[in-house]
Design a protein around this ligand. Structure first.
Ligand SMILES: C[S@@+](CC[C@H](N)C(=O)[O-])C[C@H]1O[C@@H](n2cnc3c(N)ncnc32)[C@H](O)[C@@H]1O
Length: 412
């Protein structure tokens, strides 16, 4: 098998390459999860299967790195009670929009009002740094007219829906390359007029929301919070969560997916904080110490540090932070409850980091048993095809091909 499981399968056949989880060709974000792209989104079918398998109707599901909320959507429509955290305000907005059904007629009427007001509203452009680098003057005027109309909507749910639709439009009409997560200037401008594209995006999202919630009903409203899992106050009762399912960041935001950078222009337009990359796991390098119970991690660090000490400190800091989060959360999981980590094993300085194995070692050290690790092709997940593992501008390498679904159980 051409994946890291071959190298690291020292656990007696608990690693399974499961081709049925590749979901041959089906997009990661179907239905309501197609509203607003987000980097490294869960595959909704994977999450659905895991929820069905590891918790019952009425049970609590927790996702401490929730992103755009695929786990929130799936939990809600499967009758589970959901709690989710993220540090990125755009992720929180997307997750709330995807889990808030709103009548189609109300949204269509509001869209008509925004379109009508567009020609009368006096633009009041924001003045964030570099606005003129990323947007032409014409785009700035048009976007600021739309945002003024959206701000005047009284209903919070409807206002949030149109903010997310505007966010999709902002990215598309900006001077950034459409398929890059980081902000890279593009050569060819977008051909659509701003209000026209906003209207097209609105119709698309209204249809996605309406089609989805005609077939699926939300039983318990989700609890979605802008919270830093590492440093924030986690208000969850001990022994209450049946399933923790999450896909943490792949590593520090400088050399992996920069969620904050992906979201920055939208957040600046929406007047929300845009510094989440500075709060993400592993954002500051720290001296390597004995604080992470993973022999595999120290073996890998000894290789990376010989080539680049600073990089190895970044790598260590990421796993150190992740372990602090796990220690903080583990008491919230029921005895016998499950913990599912969906992770990718990235490469740093030519050495693959077996995050799946490191997660197992960390979880075992805090009273969990490894049940299994399933391996799927990452093909349908929205990921850049190249990244910059050396952190040198222009130097790129292919990103991960597989993802690892690590399942553990909290012991009694
Ligand atoms: C791989 S993404 C999750 C994607 C998600 N599974 C989805 O379907 O969209 C990881 C998320 O972790 C968030 N994150 C990073 N550090 C965090 C922290 N300390 N607390 C909470 N969220 C954090 C990032 O903002 C990002 O949205």
């Amino acid at each position: 098998m051409n994946c890291a499981t071959e190298q690291y399968d020292l656990t007696g056949g608990k690693f399974v390459r499961d081709e049925s989880l590749d979901f041959g060709g089906i997009r990661a974000g179907e239905g309501v999860n197609s509203i607003h792209a987000y980097p490294a989104m869960f595959h909704s079918r994977l999450v659905r299967q895991l929820i069905e398998r590891y918790c019952a109707v009425g049970d609590y599901v927790l996702d401490p790195f929730m992103g755009s909320g695929v786990s929130a959507v799936e939990s809600c429509v499967m009758g589970r009670k959901f709690i989710g955290f993220d540090i990125n305000p755009l992720a929180v907005l997307i997750a709330k929009v995807r889990t808030t059904p709103i009548a189609k007629d109300i949204l269509l009427n509001t869209l008509e009002i925004i379109n009508r007001q567009y020609y009368d509203v006096i633009p009041n452009p924001p003045a964030f740094p570099n606005i003129n680098f990323w947007f032409t003057q014409e785009r700035i005027m048009s976007l600021s007219k739309i945002i003024t109309s959206i701000d005047s909507i009284d209903d919070e749910d409807i206002q949030r829906f149109f903010k997310i639709t505007l966010s999709e439009t902002i990215r598309a009409v900006s001077q950034t390359k459409p398929n890059e997560f980081k902000l890279v200037r593009r050569k060819k401008p977008c051909q659509f007029g701003t209000i026209k594209l906003f209207t097209i995006n609105s119709f698309k999202n209204i249809k996605s929301l309406d089609d989805y919630y005609k077939l699926n009903k939300i039983i318990y409203n989700p609890n979605i919070q802008l919270v830093n899992t590492l440093t924030g106050d986690i208000q969850i009762e001990d022994n209450s969560i049946s399933l923790l399912i999450t896909s943490p960041p792949y590593g520090d935001s400088q050399t992996t997916v920069a969620y904050g950078q992906f979201s920055r222009l939208s957040l600046q337009w929406l007047n929300l904080p845009y510094d989440s990359d500075k709060k993400s796991l592993g954002c500051k390098p720290i001296n390597i110490n004995g604080g992470v119970p993973s022999p595999t991690l120290y073996m890998i660090l000894s290789i990376v540090s010989r080539q680049d000490l600073k990089r190895s400190m970044h790598v260590f800091s990421f796993y150190y932070d992740m372990f602090q989060c796990l220690k903080k959360i583990i008491s919230k999981i029921k005895i016998g409850g499950h913990i599912v980590f969906v992770v990718g094993n990235r490469t740093v300085k030519g050495t693959q980091l077996p995050t799946d194995v490191i997660c197992v070692e960390m979880l075992e050290s805090i009273g969990c048993t490894h049940i299994e690790t399933r391996v799927r092709l990452i093909g349908n997940k929205r990921m850049p095809s190249k990244n910059s593992p050396t952190n040198i501008t222009g130097e790129k390498a292919p990103t991960m091909k597989y993802e690892y679904i690590v399942v553990c159980q909290r012991n009694g």
